[in-house]
Every structure is written in C-alpha cells, then in structure tokens.
Design a protein around this ligand. Structure first.
Ligand code: HEC
Ligand code: HEC
Length: 402
C-alpha cells in the first residue's frame, strides 16, 4: 500500500456538553502512521495553536470526552472506591497534586511527581521519561493497572471495578453514546480511551503570554514579564531550546509534524558521589528503559505552561519553588547537594546536557524571569467549567470565585 495513503472515514460524534462536534464526523486519516489528522471534532483551539493529531484507534468525540470526564473524577475507578485520576491531577493545580511524589489508592508511594495534564494531546512522548508510550490511552492503562506502585489498583480486580459502571444506568447510557457501535462497551479498553479523550480536551492557551503573542493584546504582559521573556528566549539562559515552541516543551507533534521530536536531557540535578548517578527506583530517567550509561538522569523537558501552580518541581518534586529552580539549579549550572545519601555536585555530572552551563542574573532580572514564568498561567483554563469535577467533590482554585 502507498505509504502515505490518506483515506476518508465516517464516525459518529455525539453533541453533548462542552466538547464540540456534529453527529456525523468526517475525518482525514494518515493510515501509515495511524493518526486522524482532521475531523469534525471542535477542539476550541486558542489562537496560534496547531491541530492535534488523534489516534486512529481512539478518535475524539464530544460524547467520549463527556464520559471521560465522569470517569476521570469518579472514585469508583479505584479498587477501594477512594481514588480517581483527579486524586493526583487536580484542576486548581493545573492537574497536579501538590505532593512531592504521588501516593496511590492503597497508600503506596509513587517515585515520581504527578505531571500536569496540559496540552497533552500534542505530546509525542508521555510520562517523565518513557520513550515507549505512544498514546494517551496507553498511558492511562498504567495508573489503572500498574502494580509498582499500585495507583488505582485494577490488577486482578478488573471485573469487580467494571461492575461498578455496568450496574449504573447513567453510565450505560454514556458508554452507549461514546461507543455507539459496540454491544458490550463497558470494558477497560474503552475506559482508558474515554479518560484519554477527556485528558486530550484539556487545552490551555489563554495566558497573558498567549494574549500578548498570539492574540495581539499589546499590554497583556507587564514590562517586567516582557523583559523576562527576552531572557527566557536568549542564548545566555538557553531555556527555549528545551522548553520551546507554542507548548514550551520539545517533544511535541501536531497535524503538520513530519517526524515527531522526542528528546530527553540530564540537567545536572544529581551527581551522586561524583559518579554521574541519579537516585535509583524511578529516579534514573531514560536509563531505566535503555540501560545506556549516557541516558542516566535524562528526562523529558515538561511544558512550562501554568508552572506557577504545579510546585513542587522536577521528576521527583525535589525543588520547592520556581526561584530555587532558576537560581540554585539552572543559574548555578546544576544543583549542589552538600550532604546526605545523594551528596554530589550536579554541575559536574558527566552526562549533563551541554546547554546547562549556568549564568548570572541580577536581582531585578531574576524577578523578571519569575514574572515571565507566571505569565504562563491561564486562569480561564484553571477555572474552565468544562474540565471541572461533575460530582462537585474536588475544590476549585480560590481565584475562580472572584
Ligand atoms: C497515584 C497518583 C496518580 C493517579 C491516580 C493518576 N496519575 Fe497520572 N500521573 C501520575 C504520575 C506520578 C505521573 C508521572 C508518571 C511517570 O513519569 O512515571 C503521571 C502522568 C500522567 C500523564 C502523562 C502526562 C504527560 O505529559 O506525559 C497522563 C496523561 C496522566 N498521568 C493521566 C492520568 C489519568 C487519565 C489517570 C486516571 C486513569 C491518572 N493519570 C491517574 C500520578 C497519577
Ligand atoms: C537541556 C534542556 C533544558 C534546558 C536548557 C532548560 N531546561 Fe528546564 N527542564 C528540562 C528537563 C529535562 C526538566 C525535567 C528534569 C528533571 O525532572 O530531572 C526540566 C524541568 C524544568 C522545570 C520544572 C518543571 C516541572 O514541571 O516540575 C522548570 C520550572 C524549568 N525546567 C525551567 C527552565 C528554565 C527557566 C530554563 C532556563 C533557565 C530551563 N528550564 C532550561 C530541560 C531543560
């Protein structure tokens, strides 16, 4: 078959609630790469944003997004009815949890910091350092079924958890709408697809930065934030090389992408006993997949959108504030840990990226940088009713009441 075969398929799109779309959608698909490129699903994209790709085996529809929203917030998603996706991904913290590292439904400690779920529809890689995951619905199976650690606890409990939804008339209707051609739609594969569709709908692009740069509002950014923007995009600070593009991250793809970029970097966060080592148990990044020496401590540069709300920072939540990230880590050219098990000078890590060299900032330049990073906060996104808990249990950010 022609490698770049483009076909037209028809699929049903329900018209409910927040996501957009007509009953019958037309989609352009690229079969060689298994992506839907264009469909009638209305992403409600902010100005300047490209169209996300949709996995061929999980095209977007408004009905699927709406089902996914209920599931995302439903504590019946966990083995002991205590946890949902939202237990670790809260809207008021840009879908993080405020913890250093996450805790699962049965109390097991996750080695990593919960990631922000912002514009993940554009990700070409998922999680802090996983080169294998290629879609949001593959990703969702990890918190559902993962055992090291247990997050939602589906392993060996699948039928019991599915029964929660099978006996619920409202869910019977929602699944029928979201998966209209299936006789037994309430299964774990479809649950992962629906929560993935909801996650993909979480698009943020109305921060003061976006208003200034993409929406032509000349004074959306303060003078201080404008100066910070210049620093961020300068060859002295180098931030934009790894946190670049409209989504402030490297590993992105969209309708116009030819070869998706997937990059991982060692930023000099650790250098245990001068050997270059990072802490074990989830802390070694890409090395855990490849076992190659040079991949030690290499992680994906996450998006910096809404970064003000997602503390603590880094893959293990080991830096508490943005100021410390900027000054004690990046300006120093790598973090110094003076005492304890992890003692070592990150600046001298032999596997560190050549882009992390350190720099000097005056007190006012530091303030400008922080003002710029805070200008990436999108309050319309943080307060968007379409993304809220439909059960009303998870609190909103206090700014949403103003
Ligand atoms: C126990 C807390 C916890 C639960 C519950 C949880 N997550 Fe996460 N989530 C995390 C952590 C921690 C990471 C980073 C994982 C890693 O790098 O190994 C993450 C990463 C992600 C990512 C990757 C984001 C990116 O930019 O790559 C997505 C998407 C995601 N979670 C969606 C979900 C969905 C959907 C659910 C519900 C089915 C869910 N999560 C449940 C803690 C959790
Ligand atoms: C060489 C690529 C690279 C450069 C240059 C770079 N970063 Fe990063 N950044 C990363 C990676 C990779 C991570 C995750 C590292 C980890 O967790 O170990 C990260 C993490 C962060 C985080 C924490 C994100 C979160 O969600 O916890 C912030 C904030 C940040 N960088 C800001 C900056 C700023 C500001 C600059 C410029 C001074 C900069 N970065 C330069 C690659 C880079």
């Amino acid at each position: 078959m022609n490698k770049n075969f483009y076909g037209i398929i028809l699929f049903a799109l329900g018209l409910v609630g927040c996501g957009g779309g007509s009953e019958e959608g037309i989609a352009t698909i690229n079969q060689s790469q298994a992506f839907v490129i264009h469909s009638n699903y209305d992403w409600k994209l902010p100005a300047g944003f490209p169209t996300p790709r949709q996995p061929l085996d999980n095209p977007m529809s408004a009905a699927k997004v709406e089902l996914g929203r209920f599931l995302f917030y439903d504590t019946r998603m966990s083995v002991n009815n205590t946890f949902s996706c939202a237990s670790c991904h809260e809207q008021r913290m840009a879908f993080t949890d405020g913890r250093k590292t996450a805790i699962g439904a049965t109390g097991e400690i996750h080695p990593r910091n919960s990631m922000s779920l912002v514009n993940t529809a554009y990700n070409s890689a998922f999680n802090w350092a996983n080169p294998m995951l290629k879609s949001l619905h593959q990703q969702a199976l990890i918190p559902m079924f993962g055992e090291f650690p247990v997050e939602l606890g589906w392993a060996n409990q699948e039928e019991k958890i599915l029964d929660n939804f099978r006996i619920d008339v409202l869910y019977q209707e929602r699944f029928a709408k979201a998966f209209p051609n299936e006789t037994h739609p309430i299964n774990s594969g479809n649950i992962s697809k629906a929560v993935a569709a909801f996650t993909a709908s979480l698009i943020s692009g109305n921060s003061p930065y976006d208003k200034q740069v993409y929406q032509n509002q000349k004074n959306a950014l303060s003078e201080s934030a404008k100066r910070g923007m210049e620093l961020f995009f300068s060859e002295t600070l180098e931030c934009f090389h790894c946190h670049g593009g409209f989504n402030f991250t490297q590993s992105s793809q969209h309708d116009k992408t030819i070869i998706p970029e997937i990059e991982f970097h060692n930023t000099g966060l650790y250098n245990i006993a001068g050997t270059g080592a990072y802490p074990d148990n989830g802390g070694r990044g890409l090395w855990e997949s490849t076992f190659k020496a040079e991949d030690m401590g290499r992680f994906r540069a996450p998006t910096l959108r809404n970064i003000e709300l997602t503390a603590p920072y880094m893959h293990d939540g080991s830096i508490a504030t943005l100021e410390e990230v900027l000054m004690d880590h990046y300006a120093r050219g790598g973090r110094m840990i003076a005492t304890g098990d992890y003692a070592g000078d990150g600046k001298l890590n032999p596997f560190k990226s050549e882009l992390i060299n350190g720099f000097r900032l005056s007190a006012s330049e530091k303030e400008d940088m922080i003002a710029f990073l805070k200008s990436l906060t999108d309050w319309e996104f943080i307060c968007d009713a379409c993304f809220k808990d439909p059960f009303g249990n998870i609190p909103d950010h206090q700014n949403c009441f103003k």
